[in-house]
Design a protein around this ligand. Sequence first.
Ligand code: VAH
Length: 325
Amino acid sequence: MKNILVIGATGQIGSELTMELRKHYGGAHVVAGYIPGAAPTGELKESGPSVVVDVTDATTIESAVRNYSIDAIYNMAALLSVVAESKPALAWKIGIDGLWNVLELARAYRCSVFTPSSIGSFGPETPHFMTPQDTTQRPRTMYGVTKVSTELLSDYYFHKYGVDTRSVRFPGIISNVTPPGGGTTDYAVDIYYAAVRGDKFVCPIKEGTLMDMMYMPDALHAAISLMEADSSRLIHRNAFNIASMSFAPETIYASICKQVPGFEMVYNVDSLKQTIADSWPDSMDDACARSEWDWQPSYNLESMTTDMLEKLQKKLLNKATIVSQ
Ligand code: VAH
């Protein structure tokens, strides 16, 4: 059975990815790498091994790779788009200096590597409607610069050294487990929390702003399916467009209102988030992922809304019950 290291295992995607990988490969075979001060807790801690791995410190990565005989690395360490604009040097250090460390070790120890890219790798000059797999990528955010560089560096290590690198361009990911931290698409998670709490939602993104979004279960399925795909079928590697839904704030609001009557939303546009959102695609062409490794999402906006509201109502009710005891 493969041994897997997840770097950034307590982050928004990493925390759920680690648990999903443990279902597939067995808890003992999936190592949760975390940075000091962000150690796994609860089921994530109890369900398998964990170790300090700082992507900017190659010795911590090498120690984990050797001690656990790692075959595949999911490198989830990154700063999200809004935070990266306020900390560009740190975003580069984690995103690219960190990736360099991962790829050098993958070369030395023959590991495969998954490092996510994003719709953030596209820029204002990219065709916005049905954004092609191969197209102009001139992002003007540091987040986007790190993601284009991630794609180029990952492809370089494949072509030059034969390292098995693979990647997808994640849309905005919506989850009910680990809240998002510092992204342009965070509003699409925050709106569900507001609806369940009975709060009026103040939307930071302008009405009519389309962005690609995806429910976390589909995002996890994409990452694992790609890493398990037959290498001989892959024409592209870093990174595949994947898509499941594209919506604007008023659309997700209407979807929630069908199940939460009286839910209110107003707009208070955040200029930085709006500028970033305006530079990203309205919709994506994911035909290559579908043909090269059978990508197929399971959720649409309506089924995601039903599941999100159900899960958050349980989560917030349990929390309230614990507090009241
Ligand atoms: C962000 N949630 O908003 C992330 C993601 C495509 C969006 O990269 O920065």
